[in-house]
Design a protein around this ligand. Structure first.
Ligand code: SF4
Length: 358
């Protein structure tokens, strides 16, 4: 049975090379994060990047607040495998140092880096060294002119600001730009990214800024990013959470999995349970999750609470079980394959998964 999907195709964006990664076009949505160690502390920063790398982070950003930090970039870059992004505010000379240190991408907010001439110098350095750039526009640092025109940091104000900078780079024949339009207001993030994607083929970095700590920040980000990803908008994501950045990676993959944009493991569908439940569904779910941990098969596995409604309710799953009153049903693509003793349900499910082709 062919599964229906309402997932929109990705919005066509231009590919931008960042080290050995390509952001945009048909490439998988890239998961990124940012260290929270002092960049000047090379060993702590490298250790955190390695932890992030191991948890699935594909691109990492470090803050470059001063010359000392800029001078550590070369050493950090030499110790890590994933591409490195330098985050620079206010001082264009630090951006130039970062480019010379061999970073793969720099993140600047052209609105606070020191005017047109400063941006031009940074762009020219990026062209010379083949370095990509994220133009990070956010609600807190719009130019007074745009702020006045729109009466505040609205979505349209963010988009106009970003488009102006992208055009400025294009006039200099620089096209390796990725754009972010961030706000701590979910509605502004959603509206700004939708509007921008209608007007530009520049890849989008999605994020909700100052989202907060876990779990509220994760939910806020999921609300902001989920709909955009389903609609095909977004080429890289960063979940901003206060605390250990490794958690950002876990949440980022959950958002990509839930939106269907990048499925990297089996999706376990479980019913919410109701008065018809007559077996320990939670224990079965825990066992199946444990047995499938580490699997990268993007299948949908259903575990339902009763044999009467379960298979029908989980018709969209690839494979599943429904139990109750001592026996269970094994079903695939909405059709019952066989009845089994409740004690053998998990084994039968796992055997059926083994038989499936991918
Ligand atoms: S599958 Fe059965 S137990 Fe679960 S919610 Fe539906 S009716 Fe209730």
């Amino acid at each position: 049975m062919k599964k229906l999907s309402d997932l929109a195709p990705r919005k066509p964006t231009r590919p931008v090379q960042v080290g050995n990664l390509t952001i945009g076009a048909e490439n998988p949505v890239v998961v990124q994060s940012m260290t929270n160690t002092p960049t000047q502390n090379v060993s702590a920063t490298v250790a955190q990047i390695k932890e992030l790398q191991e948890s699935g982070c594909e691109l990492v950003r470090v803050a470059v607040p001063d010359r000392e930090a800029a001078n550590c970039l070369e050493e950090i870059k030499a110790e890590i495998e994933i591409p490195l992004v330098a985050d620079v505010h206010f001082q264009s000379d630090l951006a130039l140092l970062a480019v010379d240190a061999g970073v793969d991408k720099i993140r600047i907010n052209p609105g606070n880096i020191g005017g047109e001439e400063a941006v031009r110098k940074v762009v020219e350095a990026c062209i010379r060294e083949g370095v990509a750039m994220r133009i990070g526009v956010n609600a807190g640092s719009l130019s007074p002119k745009i702020r006045e025109k729109y009466g505040g940091p609205s979505a349209r104000a963010l988009v106009e600001s970003a488009l102006n900078y992208v055009d400025f780079c294009r006039r200099l024949d620089y096209h390796d730009t990725v754009v972010s339009l961030k706000s701590s207001q979910v509605s502004t993030v959603v509206a700004a990214n939708r509007l921008f994607s209608q007007q530009s083929d520049c890849p989008l970095h999605l994020g909700v800024t100052e989202a907060g700590s876990f779990p509220e920040g994760a939910i806020k980000t999921a609300v902001g990013l989920g709909g955009l990803l389903v609609d095909g908008i977004g080429d890289t994501i960063r979940v901003s959470l206060t605390g250990d950045p490794v958690r950002e990676i876990e949440v980022a993959y959950e958002i990509l999995q839930a939106s269907g944009r990048r499925r990297t493991r089996p999706e376990i569908i479980t019913c919410p349970t109701c008065g018809r439940l007559s077996y320990d569904l939670e224990a079965v779910v825990a066992e199946v999750k444990e047995r499938l941990a580490g699997s990268e098969r993007p299948i949908r596995v259903a575990i339902m609470g009763c044999v009467v409604n379960g298979p029908g309710e989980a018709r969209e799953a690839d494979v599943g079980i429904a139990g109750g009153d001592g026996e269970g049903l094994l079903f695939r693509d909405g059709k019952v394959l066989k009845r089994i003793d409740e004690s053998r349900m998990v084994e039968a499910l796992l055997q059926e998964i083994e038989k499936m082709d991918f």
